[in-house]
Ligand binder design. Structure first.
Ligand SMILES: [Zn+2]
Length: 131
């Protein structure tokens, strides 16, 4: 039988959030719920993050939203999923194909090959910059 997805909820929607361009604080005027694929052994999982929408008064950009470090803007998979993948390749020395199979079988997460390569490239970039 299909198991129900486990939902992990996070929230990052303070009253004020800095403008991504100039850093001026903007005021929250609404909330938004963002979703991504998460990793949980043996069952499907969803990460749901409540973020804030902010109206800029600095003139850079009309509206922007906050984000949780577990789910930066534009990500379709949580940081937990990315870390699993990067660790499996870097530490456990698995091939990209083996990593995809592990995620599929153990976490029921389906990943494209390109996706895995992108994450590895980004992780390598970060290490080079020492951050
Ligand atoms: Zn600004």
């Amino acid at each position: 039988m299909e198991k129900r997805a486990k939902v992990r909820r996070l929230r990052r929607a303070p009253k004020k959030w800095p403008c991504p361009k100039c850093g001026a604080l903007a005021r929250r005027f609404a909330f938004r719920s963002r979703e991504a694929v998460d990793a949980e052994l043996g069952r499907p999982a969803i990460l749901r993050v409540k973020v804030g929408l902010y109206k800029a008064r600095c003139g850079c950009q009309a509206v922007f939203e906050s984000f949780h470090p577990e789910l930066p803007k534009g990500w379709r998979f949580s940081r937990t999923v990315r870390d699993l993948v990067v660790r499996a390749v870097v530490r456990d020395k698995l091939s990209v194909e083996d990593v995809r199979q592990r995620l599929r079988e153990d976490f029921l997460v389906e990943l494209s090959e390109g996706c895995v390569h992108n994450w590895l490239a980004e992780a390598g970039e970060k290490n080079r910059l020492g951050s």
